[in-house]
Ligand binder design. Structure first.
Ligand SMILES: C[S@@+](CC[C@H](N)C(=O)[O-])C[C@H]1O[C@@H](n2cnc3c(N)ncnc32)[C@H](O)[C@@H]1O
Length: 272
């Protein structure tokens, strides 16, 4: 006679990234190296998310891994939660979600393949621990903005360039073989660079916090990285200069971009 394996036995068959409480003393257990390096970042994220209202929100969790933050959103009142990851944790989908009787939906998908038609618009997008892994970050950010409701919020947690002497510049530090983390970590905006980029896509920054003791030793260039958590809101009016946005998206066609931009700049000057 075969017996159904207990939840502890099922969990033991998989490799985990997140530590998730499954009740009765059972947890998904990540390897010690992950716990040592990342558990304090989860505390930082949790403390930041605790300040955000997720009640009745439609939430998209991009790079959801084992669904720790998708479950957090569900437990904090989100009305619907969709998690996507291009390396989907089938263990979370097949073991954790059913065991917790969760309604979270998980899909294997690359952020760069998101369209407004895929899942519809979201009130809240969680983009935690993913931005610094992207090689094509501007396009990914535009994809995200495109799936946000007007007034919707984007919550980003990322490794960020945090060298004080450069804080007034709009910078992207993009190392490859000399990443302060490891090879897959190749995109570190500084705060001004990220805020300016997202403003150009129609968002405004509502909040930014640093996990200062997460700072790396500066590279010979002086580049220093730390974890930050930022919250943005999509402002209904969209990007400041429509014609430039058309050009950046590569859909300007025969539009006389220079006269459009000149006109917009003159209008701006006369407004200020
Ligand atoms: C460092 S983990 C962060 C997991 C979780 N968001 C957190 O903060 O604890 C990064 C996750 O993002 C996923 N990821 C990386 N690039 C992605 C992409 N282009 N599209 C979707 N997911 C991606 C990875 O597969 C991985 O599961």
């Amino acid at each position: 006679m075969t017996t159904t394996p207990s939840i502890a036995e099922q969990v033991a068959q998989y490799r985990w990234y997140h530590r998730i409480d499954l009740g009765d003393g059972v947890f998904t257990e990540p390897p010690p190296l992950i716990m040592e390096s990342i558990a304090s970042i989860w505390d930082f994220i949790r403390a930041e998310l605790d300040q955000q209202d997720l009640k009745d929100a439609r939430v998209l969790d991009i790079g959801c891994r084992d669904a720790l933050w998708s479950l957090y959103a569900e437990q904090h009142g989100a009305k619907e939660v969709i998690g996507i990851d291009n390396g989907l944790s089938t263990a979370a989908r097949d073991v954790v979600l059913p065991h917790l009787k969760s309604q979270v939906q998980m899909h294997e998908m690359n952020v760069n393949d998101l369209t407004p038609e895929t899942f519809g618009p979201f009130d809240v997008v969680l983009f935690l621990g993913v931005l610094y892994h992207l090689r094509y970050p501007f396009w990914s950010l535009q994809r995200i903005v495109d799936v946000m409701e007007p007034g919707g919020r984007l919550m980003i947690e990322s490794g960020m360039l945090a060298t004080e002497a450069w804080e007034d510049e709009t910078l992207l530090f993009c190392p490859t073989d000399e990443s302060p983390y490891e090879f897959t970590s190749c995109t570190f905006f500084n705060r001004k660079g990220l805020v300016t980029t997202l403003e150009s896509m129609g968002l405004e920054c509502l909040h930014a916090a640093s996990m200062e003791w997460s700072q790396t030793t500066p590279a010979p260039s002086g580049a220093r990285v730390e974890r930050q958590f930022l919250v943005f809101r999509k402002v209904a009016e969209g990007p400041p200069i429509d014609a430039v946005n058309t050009y950046w998206r590569g859909v300007h066609g025969a539009l006389d971009i220079h006269s459009c931009v000149r006109k917009a700049m003159e209008e701006r000057k006369s407004d200020s």
